[in-house]
Design a protein around this ligand. Structure first.
Ligand SMILES: [Zn+2]
Length: 132
């Protein structure tokens, strides 16, 4: 999955703005023969307002789906930040990652800035890409 630097910069600003709480959203974009390309970050409220976990606001998820559909975009990934832990899924992240068709991206602000995305199947990581 290709994520342009401008979008990565947006994710970093969003994560810093919402820290110490986790921030979250969708990465929208297009699928082509050359692979998936992210074109937009879609912010969603973390209704848990927690530094250790997140839940999307259902109204934001609904609006995001509607928005993506109207723009002809796909939801390529669900992403969230780890303000104080590494860029890998927590046990809870693995448990809640129930859509095998999308990637799960985690931006960590812990010991530098790191962005990895994962495919998760049945609670197990089956693929990892390093974006930053
Ligand atoms: Zn997490």
């Amino acid at each position: 999955m290709n994520i342009p630097q401008t979008i990565i910069d947006e994710l970093i600003s969003q994560a810093r703005r919402d820290a110490p709480e986790e921030t979250c959203g969708y990465l929208l974009g297009v699928s082509t023969d050359e692979g998936d390309s992210v074109t937009e970050n879609y912010w969603m409220e973390n209704i848990d307002h927690s530094s250790e976990h997140f839940s999307f606001a259902p109204k934001d998820q609904f609006a995001a789906l509607k928005y993506a559909r109207s723009k002809g975009l796909k939801i390529l990934a669900n992403w969230h930040s780890h303000p104080a832990s590494p860029s890998r899924p927590s046990q809870e992240d693995l448990r809640l990652a129930n859509d095998p068709t999308i990637r799960y991206a985690i931006l960590s602000l812990h010991e530098g800035i790191h962005l990895n995305s994962f495919k998760i199947l049945g609670g197990e990581i089956v693929d990892k890409e390093v974006h930053l």
